[in-house]
Design a protein around this ligand. Structure first.
Ligand code: 5GP
Ligand code: ZN
Length: 137
């Protein structure tokens, strides 16, 4: 547990939350500032900051319940779909430095934007970028 971490405090029961799912390794609770009704955060109970520092076992535990929790959030809110969002680092919009996966239930025409601006690039540039990533693996 990280004593400065708000989500660790929620896991420890030192701060309240609207819990929707819990097992030995994973907790899911409602986001206090929801993007849509049923906006749920799924976290490993063990503290780690982001995707790159989280042990694979903890990621597997989260992955093994994520669809079940998402399906329940969709069913409970009559949603037509959902987004799963996970941010790493302040520049990517991560505010709470305890890894979490947002489940955001979606409805047709709900107007929620994910804020990604996409621009086409030439094939050469795509190829160079792909090569750089392959080299970095
Ligand atoms: P991030 O921007 O780091 O990906 O998302 C953090 C999320 O945690 C935000 O959507 C924010 O509303 C939520 N959040 C922050 N503090 C609390 C809290 O004390 N309780 C709950 N339930 N959610 C929180
Ligand atoms: Zn934490």
């Amino acid at each position: 547990m990280d004593s400065d971490c708000i989500f660790c405090k929620i896991v420890a029961g030192e701060l309240p939350c609207e819990k929707v799912f819990e097992n030995d390794h994973v907790l899911a609770f409602l986001d206090i500032n929801p993007t849509s009704r049923g906006h749920t955060l799924v976290i490993p109970k063990e503290h780690s900051e982001g995707l790159l520092s989280t042990p694979a076992e903890a990621l597997l535990e989260v992955a093994s319940v994520l669809p079940q929790v998402a399906a329940a959030a969709v069913r409970a809110t009559d949603a037509a779909g959902f987004n799963v969002l996970q941010s790493n680092g302040p520049c990517a919009g991560q505010v709470v430095p305890h890894i979490h996966f947002h489940i955001v239930p979606r409805h047709d025409g709900d107007g929620i934007g994910l804020g990604f601006r996409q621009t086409p690039v030439v094939a050469d540039e795509l190829a160079r970028t792909a090569a750089a990533i392959r080299d970095a693996l």
